[in-house]
Design a protein around this ligand. Structure first.
Ligand code: FPP
Length: 261
């Protein structure tokens, strides 16, 4: 096992991934957890069984983020378009959310995880919507990791609801006001987007917020994703040069000047 370089080791790390991880950690990782259906199909199981295993993979990823020191994890659990899936699968996902609220929130509370459920609650049952609000309230003071479970979420929906709010408040529409009214306004934009399951698209996830995210696509099906795969993704991220519109030379000069001062 190769350990993280000392300057990167946040206090309290209990475990390190089993691949080389050096350089800067992504502060915010977003994940499109794709491949649950195919994982289940390969095993002649109903699709919901794949989603169930997907919850286990999510639990492992949360623990790995805590261990590594990633501060924000945003996952796409149910998209605005997922209502078009077979009724059985939609209700299976709703049930899984209900179960997760009952069984996982107390554990996440102990782990120091602050929960948010960005998305449109209008179409959710009152019981589920109240459960989401209660989980957000109960975990609001936790600071180790912010976990955004995007549920009935769509990037286009988010931009529209933010624009509507700005209009209702009579505010000017600017990049700053829009960012401040999006449902992930409580966190910085994702540094790294991971999509599992071999597809290479963002499927209406964090459209506005991913303007400068690094994309990492993995063929691994989400239920098979684990702390090792996360470390591989982070290592790939660390090989990237994030230029934010600048040239490579400008970045090197800035880095040099920063080191000098
Ligand atoms: C995409 O895989 C995955 C989803 C639509 C749901 C993701 C949900 C979870 C991982 C469970 C977490 C949920 C809660 C409620 C916390 P897919 O079904 O499109 O897979 P496929 O591309 O192989 O068919």
């Amino acid at each position: 096992m190769i350990h993280l370089r000392p300057p990167l080791l946040p206090k309290g790390i209990t475990q390190t991934p089993s691949v080389l991880v050096q350089g800067e950690l992504p502060y915010h990782i977003a994940v499109v957890m794709d491949g649950n259906g195919r994982w289940a199909k390969k095993r002649h199981l109903p699709r919901v069984a794949g989603h169930k295993r997907g919850v286990d993979a999510l639990k492992q990823t949360v623990q790995a983020c805590l261990d590594i020191g990633v501060k924000v994890l945003s996952v796409f659990a149910f998209s605005s378009e997922n209502w078009n899936r077979p009724q059985e699968e939609v209700s299976g996902l709703m049930d899984l959310l209900g179960l997760a609220l009952t069984h996982e929130v107390p554990k996440l509370q102990k782990q120091g995880v602050q929960l948010h459920f960005p998305g449109d609650r209008a179409k959710l049952s009152l019981r589920v919507a109240n459960g989401l609000a209660a989980a957000e309230r109960e975990t609001a003071d936790n600071t180790r990791l912010v976990l955004n479970v995007c549920f009935n979420y769509g990037g286009r929906w988010d931009i529209c609801q933010a624009t509507r709010l700005i209009y209702e408040k009579g505010l000017p529409l600017t990049e700053n006001t829009l960012s401040a009214h999006l449902s992930l306004a409580h966190v910085s934009d994702p540094d790294l987007l991971i999509r599992t399951g071999g597809e290479m698209r963002i499927s209406n996830f964090l459209l506005w917020q991913m303007a400068y995210s690094e994309f990492y696509f993995s063929d691994v099906l989400w239920p098979d994703f684990d702390s090792h795969e996360l470390a591989v993704a982070i290592s790939a991220y660390q090989m990237r040069e994030r230029r934010f519109g600048r040239t490579s030379d400008q970045l090197h000069i800035r880095k040099h000047n920063h080191q000098e001062s």
